[in-house]
Design a protein around this ligand. Structure first.
Ligand SMILES: Nc1ncnc2c1ncn2[C@@H]1O[C@H](COP(=O)(O)OP(=O)(O)O)[C@@H](O)[C@H]1O
Ligand SMILES: [Mg+2]
Length: 301
């Protein structure tokens, strides 16, 4: 893995609601992403973990410019994305794709899955003629482990795992270099999850992809990710190499998260007590900075 930075996020903020907001009037302000900085390196998988509501999905959507940040900067391949016009953004949008949790919601029930995979190529005028695009669709089906003849079928004919493969094929249609995978296996049967995780790994090797992999299953994160970022209430509280995070967690919240991993051995499991996390006393003060605690390993002071 090379250490070239593909994506760099500096002081990113996304706030919902609050007094000034059109829809948020009267509602308390939510700092979904609260002064977050990190980088994603070429060819790596960076895991983003944290409990529900901590701001993981918002971070992913803002990174891809699906939502405007309230503040901060996003750089992709050395180009500043924040502040670009829609048309100036278009070439970068191609290179950055997202895969969502629910493979059922994302597919269009009235479109054949082949048309669904082909559609982005038409929108971005990527591949010349129809025959060429169809050939590319067949190639993509093959790449994600689906029989190319399935392209003529409709979404209801497929299982959850197959649907997620179709979503992945569509995301790959534009030859992206960076993919945000937002809990892409959470909605799938446990028996299927490992196959999809293996597909992500296989595609990374073959296509040199870089991933931001959002998940709450820590055993999956441990297996798949080169580095892990831990998110708590809109902030990254710890980031480092996966093995350092698991062997030597520094932030109290990281320790609490890890202590909640189910242990396969039932005797060990019954002896174990999850470490409680006290949100009020552990709140990081505003303006707190990350400090190094090991090679490439940082914790919020
Ligand atoms: N469109 C939105 N409008 C208002 N609040 C939102 C919106 N999207 C997310 N939030 C809030 O932002 C916080 C972070 O949400 P989210 O990024 O979905 O967290 P996660 O993916 O970690 O579960 C939550 O408090 C959520 O309710
Ligand atoms: Mg989410």
């Amino acid at each position: 893995m090379s250490a070239t930075t593909l994506l760099k996020v500096s002081d990113l903020q996304k706030t919902f609601g609050g007094k000034g907001g059109l829809l948020g009037r009267g509602r308390p302000e939510v700092r979904a992403v609260d002064h977050v900085s990190f980088e994603v390196r070429q060819g790596e998988t960076l895991g983003l973990v944290g409990e529900s509501g901590s701001g993981k999905s918002t971070t992913g959507r803002v990174l891809l410019q699906l939502e405007h940040p309230t503040g901060g900067e996003i750089e992709f391949e050395g180009n500043r994305l924040t502040g670009l016009s829609k048309s100036a953004l278009k070439p970068f949008r191609r290179k950055m794709q997202i895969i969502f949790q629910d493979p059922y919601a994302s597919l269009n029930p009235r479109m054949t899955v082949g048309d669904f995979v082909e559609e982005p190529m038409i929108v971005h005028r990527l591949v010349g003629g129809r025959a060429e695009r169809r050939a590319r669709v067949a190639e993509l089906f093959d790449l994600v482990g689906l029989d190319p003849s399935f392209a003529r079928r409709y979404p209801h004919e497929f299982s959850g795992g197959q649907r997620q493969r179709i979503n992945i094929a569509r995301a790959l249609a534009l030859e992206p270099s960076f993919i945000v995978a937002d809990e892409p296996i959470t909605a799938l049967d446990v028996s299927i999850q490992a196959q999809i995780v293996n597909l992500f790994q296989d595609l990374q090797e073959r296509l040199g992809l870089t991933y931001l992999f959002i998940a709450h299953d820590l055993s999956m994160i441990r297996y798949l990710c080169h580095r892990v970022a831990v998110m708590l209430r809109g902030k990254i509280v710890e980031i480092g190499p996966t093995e350092a995070i698991f062997a030597n967690p520094q932030h109290a919240y990281t320790r609490a998260l890890l202590s909640a991993i189910p242990v396969p051995d039932p005797d060990v499991e019954s002896q174990r007590h999850a470490i409680a996390f006290d949100y009020e006393t552990q709140k990081s003060p505003d303006g707190a900075e990350m400090r190094p605690v090991g090679p490439d390993h940082y914790v919020l002071a």
